[in-house]
Structures are given as structure tokens and as C-alpha cells.
Design a binder for this molecule. Structure first.
Ligand code: SF4
Length: 417
């Protein structure tokens, strides 16, 4: 049975492997070439003229699928966990050639600590393989800039994690592993759905040493025998710390269960309510979108909100894509952080539209031809409630969109069931 280990670098994957390898039924590999080999075979066969002139799809499938079995043919353990960061972006490969239920362990850690850990190694081993990407002299700023650039292994892993479907990943927070090892390892067993094993968290030994001279950093995969956090005394520049914080926020959202998107039926319900209002307003010849300024103000609020998903620019509360949501005059934040903006439309964009319509020799009065039934009356009782109560007092509660809200003195706060 195959599982996978990916995640952020310098985030405890070697430590996790050393602990799991105590179980005689588990083999966690060192960084393995399996996934790259599979890609290379696939790539080669699609470009090789001899193969293209006489393709044999069954052979191709068998060959690619056999790589992992061949690599682990000498392992006796029942559960093999192959380690490589590229597994997250190779889910189709896993799905087509290894298992229909990919399960990837994904260690994560505060980005600033990962940077400090890399920087310590880079200072210790000048001429390492990361420095090869930087022009000397190797300053702290240059090294940080490279580590936070899109070409670095760190940022590649961040991108992969943010774009991955969450249900295939099990996050293992480095701090949690150190502070609550028993519970953290138990959660790994639950995710993999394999029988429990009693692990020891003292005298931890890395049984599978890698030859780290290959990377120019001979102690890169050393593991301490006990669960002690190393604090690296390396002061990071302010701009770098800010970037690290942003990455952490994005990763935390991806990790947090309660921030997962609403179910598809609920997203549909949200959309239906909004569309209902939009159509009603359109029938009345009213506002549709806000000015660029208002849209930007709304997005500014969203960017600082707990429900904001920066990787998709999406609201995790209602599931809406915010570039669109913030654009519509009649849309509003589901927790009251910003509201409808019909006036803005009427004061600004509406005039623009009138002008555009006039350029096409169409006046607003002629719009009923586009929307013939302007006399449609929608009974007030059928309208979904779209506004929070006006002038609330601290602690006031209401129910809107089938959920409960409480006024905290500043804004309406979602009250979980
Ligand atoms: S809850 Fe409101 S402020 Fe927060 S992301 Fe969603 S729409 Fe934006």
C-alpha cells in the first residue's frame, strides 16, 4: 500500500519519517526519485519518434505503473510512504498509476523559521546548491529574496500546497509535532487509516541517512534524538518577515477545516438569493455594478478578513469569487463587513451607462424592450432578507440567510451553530 510525504521543506518531514519508521510495518523513504522517473517516462514516450510511430498505450501504462513497485521491491513493510515534494502536483499520476485514493502527508512550519533554518545551513556550508542560484556576495537579504522567489524549493512547495485539493492532504504542523507528538502521530494513523502503533518520542533515530553532500549541506537531514525546537538566532529583515507572514496566513487558511468552502448546495443557495435580488433590481432598471473605487474598498476589507482565501481571491464564508462579488452593487458581505452600494451605482456608474446607451441611440426608457415585464411585482414576503437590522445595540442577535449573527459593537459576527 502506497502513501506519500510532501509538504514544506525544513518543516519536520525527516523527523516525522524517523518516528514513523519505528513501526516495523511502515517504511518512509528518503527523498525518492520515483515521481520524477514516472514523469520522465511519460514525457519521453510522448516525444520519442520511435514510440510515436507505433504507440502501445497498455505498455506505457504498465511501465509507468511499475516504477514504484520496482523501486520498493526489496521492502517488506506493508505500508510504504514515498517522500518527494512533487507528489502534490502529481495527483493525476498517482490516481492513474498508483491508487485512486491518494493520501499525502504534508508537514508545514512558520515560513520565517524555515528561512532561518535554510539560512543557518547556507552560512554553515558556503557553496551549497542554493547559493548556486545567487550572485555573490551572499548577503542575508539576497539569500532571503531567493528563498522567497518563485524559483525556490520553498515557494514551489507553497504554491503546490495552496493549489492542492485539501482532502488529499493531511497537514502536520511542526510545532504541534514537537509539542503534542502523540496526538499528531495518532492523526497520521487516522488519516492513513492503518493500525495504530505505540511510538517513542525519546531516543529518536534517523535510520535512513541521506547523503546530503549531494546538496552541498552535509547535515541537512540530521535529526535530533529528542523533540527539542532549535531556535536560530538570525534576525530577518522587516520586509522579509512581512512576506513570511502573508505566506503563513495563506497556508493556515488552506489548513483550517472551518474555513473550507460551504457545500455546493449552500453555494448554490447563496448564488440563487443573490441572483434573485439582481434580477429584481435589473427589472426595476437599477444598479448592477459599483465603481472601481468602491470595488477596491470592498476588496481591501476582504483582504484583512479571516474568511479571505488569498490563493483563490475567494470568500470562504459564502464561497463567492471576490473579484466578481465586490463588483456587484447589490452584493454584500455575508457577515456585514461591507454592504450593498446601490447609491454608488446610481450616482456614478448609472450615468456612465446612460451615456453609453445614448451613444448607441438607446435611452434608459427603451430598456423595457430588453426587459419587457417591468411591472412584475414581487411580494415583499417572498423576498429573502438581505439587510441586517439597522442601528443594532451591542449583543443584538438576528438570523440572516439561515444563520445566526450577533452585533459585537463594530460589525455583525457569525455565531456558529
Ligand atoms: S466574509 Fe465578507 S469581508 Fe470576509 S472575505 Fe467574505 S465577503 Fe470579504
Amino acid at each position: 500500500m502506497y502513501y506519500f510525504l510532501a509538504g514544506m521543506p525544513r518543516a519536520g518531514s525527516t523527523l516525522l519519517a524517523a518516528i514513523l519508521n519505528q513501526n516495523p510495518d511502515i517504511h518512509v523513504s528518503t527523498s525518492s526519485p520515483v515521481v520524477h522517473l514516472m514523469w520522465q517516462i511519460q514525457e519521453h514516450l510522448t516525444t520519442d519518434d520511435f514510440y510515436r510511430s507505433h504507440p502501445k498505450p497498455k505498455f506505457q501504462r504498465t511501465l509507468i505503473s511499475s516504477v514504484i513497485d520496482a523501486y520498493y521491491q526489496e521492502q517488506q513493510e506493508r505500508y510504504i510512504i514515498d517522500k518527494n515534494r512533487s507528489w502534490i502536483t502529481s495527483l493525476p499520476l498517482i490516481h492513474n498509476h498508483i491508487t485512486h485514493e491518494p493520501k499525502i502527508l504534508c508537514p508545514v512550519r512558520k515560513t520565517s523559521e524555515i528561512l532561518q533554518s535554510f539560512l543557518k545551513l547556507m552560512q554553515q556550508y558556503p557553496g551549497n546548491m542554493i547559493d548556486e542560484n545567487i550572485k555573490p556576495p551572499y548577503t542575508l537579504q539576497k539569500r532571503c529574496d531567493y528563498l522567497l522567489s518563485t524559483s525556490s524549493v520553498l515557494m514551489a512547495s507553497v504554491q503546490q500546497i495552496l493549489n492542492a485539493p485539501k482532502h488529499s492532504l493531511h497537514f502536520i504542523d511542526y510545532d504541534e509535532l514537537l509539542s503534542h507528538p502523540k496526538e499528531t502521530i495518532e492523526s497520521v494513523y487516522q488519516f492513513l487509516d492503518i493500525p495504530h502503533y505505540e511510538h517513542s518520542f525519546i531516543d529518536i533515530e534517523n535510520q535512513l541517512q541521506e547523503d546530503d553532500t549531494v546538496y552541498g549541506m552535509p547535515t541537512m537531514h540530521n535529526v535530533k534524538s529528542s523533540l527539542v525546537k532549535t531556535i536560530h538566532d538570525i534576525q530577518l529583515p522587516d520586509d522579509i518577515l512581512k512576506k513570511c507572514d502573508k505566506i503563513d496566513v495563506a497556508i493556515r487558511y488552506q489548513m483550517t477545516e472551518e474555513h473550507s468552502y460551504p457545500s455546493l448546495p449552500d453555494q448554490g443557495k447563496n448564488l440563487a438569493k443573490f441572483t434573485f435580488q439582481l434580477v429584481k433590481k435589473a427589472l426595476q432598471g437599477g444598479a448592477l455594478v459599483v465603481s472601481q473605487e468602491v470595488k477596491e474598498q470592498r476588496l481591501e476589507v476582504c483582504r484583512t478578513c479571516d474568511w479571505y482565501d488569498p490563493s483563490q481571491v475567494r470568500c470562504k464564508h459564502c464561497g463567492c469569487f471576490l473579484e466578481e462579488k465586490a463588483n456587484f452593487a447589490l452584493d454584500s458581505c455575508p457577515i456585514g463587513k461591507w454592504t450593498e452600494s446601490a447609491e454608488d451605482w446610481e450616482n456614478g456608474r448609472f450615468d456612465e451607462l446612460v451615456q453609453q446607451l445614448e451613444e448607441f441611440n438607446v435611452t434608459p426608457e427603451e430598456q423595457p424592450e430588453v426587459y419587457p415585464d417591468t411591472t412584475v411585482e414581487i411580494p415583499e414576503s417572498e423576498l429573502p432578507l438581505v439587510e441586517f437590522p439597522k442601528n443594532p445595540e451591542m449583543g443584538d442577535e438576528c438570523v440572516l440567510h439561515d444563520v445566526k449573527w450577533k452585533w459585537n459593537g463594530i460589525h455583525w459576527e457569525y455565531v456558529p451553530e
